[in-house]
Design a binder for this molecule. Structure first.
Ligand code: NAD
Length: 422
């Protein structure tokens, strides 16, 4: 029997429509891999728990894992990113879903625990909350060998696990799927990059001519800077890494410390994985330009100091869906997108299906890889095998009808040798 708690089961027909759209744009996950999984059933007898943004794209992953024979449990990886109609549709299809838009912190962890209570063998996380909870509260699942492997979808989660490994606290084999080339060079750069338009969804602004500050120049933020510039914005990048800062400068952006950008910025968008990118001090808040739009696309809601901004504001007024006007004691107003949470998911639908096809193609093949090789892993971080990363790339090209060159033996030997020179 399907286990679930979702917002409204009657939304299932809209969810089916959303899933239909994603199916057609995700040929690697929804067709090539799924068809093989249906025949070979590589995940038979395996329970997989995903703590992921419950969007239509995640629905496609769930369908593929189920087609491979897995029992699938899903909960949301952010309180505001669940698409309630998709959650309802997945329940109708036999996916166990514990997720609804707008859940509280307590409810968020309750949903995670419902998935862990199902004694999953593979955990697919986005931000590390489920796997950390498994370490803290479900250690029997780890010591008994029930959990055979874990996968992490995002940069912030991978950083948390690398920190756990250094401190000797990581007790499961952990695959940082985020770090595979087919993931962060597309999902982060193109998906989050295109997420700058969440500021348009929020306030319907014209980017052209706007002083737009992008905090960070990493995978996500370099994509965001590029898209903002493409829309005509005057882009300034802030960084803490000297090499990334130089890359931004030579790509033609202004580069400045965040404090210097505040008096001029019409829009500030963050995606750093760091906290308090705008320092949480009243005198700093007072420097922010009147009318500035503040949005975060990094994993947690602390890049923009949301809590401190709420505390400082004399008035907090929701002015449209997922946008609040905060009035400071000085009378200045700022516009906060999505309560400081992943604006591209809260105000819009998250990453387009086309890029999630590669991320979730990887998650599907990695689930199969974990099952096949489960006896060979230790409790450590294990990089995604290069051949799986390349295979997803090849499948995506194939699905797009694109052919590329192949190295001849002579070329292969040349680039792997040292004998030939001037
Ligand atoms: N919104 C989404 O859908 C989505 C998708 C993927 C990743 N993410 C999240 O976005 C964040 C960034 O991911 P990424 O893959 O781009 O990471 P990354 O490591 O490639 O880039 C982060 C960049 O931010 C810089 N940085 C760190 N602290 C800073 C600070 N205080 N001020 C300015 N710059 C700073 C770093 O030097 C680095 O260049 C993470 O939290 C990740 O989990 C969100």
């Amino acid at each position: 029997m399907v286990e679930y708690k979702v917002a409204d089961e009657s939304l299932a027909p809209q969810g089916k429509e959303a899933l239909y759209i994603a199916e057609n744009k995700m040929p690697v996950t929804s067709n090539i891999i799924r068809e093989r999984f249906k025949k070979e059933k590589p995940l038979e007898g395996i329970t997989i728990a995903g703590c992921l943004h419950v969007t239509k794209e995640t629905g496609i992953l769930a369908r593929t894992l189920k087609a491979g024979g897995a029992e699938v449990y899903l909960c949301g990886s952010n309180p505001l990113s669940t698409q309630d109609e998709v959650a309802a549709a997945l329940v109708e299809e036999g996916i166990n879903v514990f997720a609804w838009h707008g859940n509280t912190t307590e409810e968020f962890y309750w949903c995670i625990r419902q998935c862990l209570d199902a004694k999953p063998n593979i955990l697919i996380d986005d931000g590390a909350d489920m796997i950390v909870t498994a370490h803290q509260e479900y250690s029997d699942l780890i010591t008994s060998g029930t959990i055979i492997g874990c996968q992490e979808e995002t940069t912030t989660g991978v950083k948390r696990f690398r920190a756990m490994e250094v401190k000797g606290k990581l007790k499961v084999p952990l695959f940082p799927v985020n770090d595979a080339r087919c993931k962060n060079q597309f999902d982060n750069e193109l998906g989050t990059g295109q997420g700058v338009i969440s500021a348009i969804y929020g306030m319907h602004i014209l980017f052209a001519g706007k002083n737009t500050v992008i905090a960070g120049y990493g995978h996500c933020s370099s994509g965001m800077a590029l898209r903002a510039r493409g829309l005509g914005a005057n882009v300034t990048v802030t960084e803490v890494d000297p090499i990334k800062a130089l890359k931004a400068k030579f790509a033609g952006y202004n580069v400045k410390p965040i404090k210097e950008t505040l008096p001029e910025a019409d829009v500030i968008l963050t995606a750093t994985g760091c906290k308090h990118v705008i320092p949480p001090k009243h005198e700093i808040f007072d420097k922010i330009k009147d009318g500035c739009i503040l949005g975060n696309l990094g994993h947690f809601d602390i890049e923009i100091p949301t809590k401190e901004l709420y505390e400082y504001a004399q008035e907090i007024k929701p002015i449209r869906k997922d946008v609040e006007e905060l009035t400071f004691p000085t009378g200045k107003k700022v516009y906060l997108l999505g309560q400081g949470r992943l604006a591209n998911l809260v105000l819009s639908e998250g990453h387009p299906s086309e890029v999630m096809d590669m991320s979730f193609g990887l998650q599907s093949l990695m689930s199969e890889f974990i099952v096949k090789n489960k006896d060979n892993f230790k409790a450590e971080i294990i990089e995604v095998p290069e051949d799986i990363d390349n295979r997803v790339g090849e499948l995506k090209l194939k699905a797009m009808g694109i052919e590329i060159d192949e190295l001849t033996e002579e070329q292969y030997n040349y680039i792997h040798g040292f004998e030939e020179g001037t």
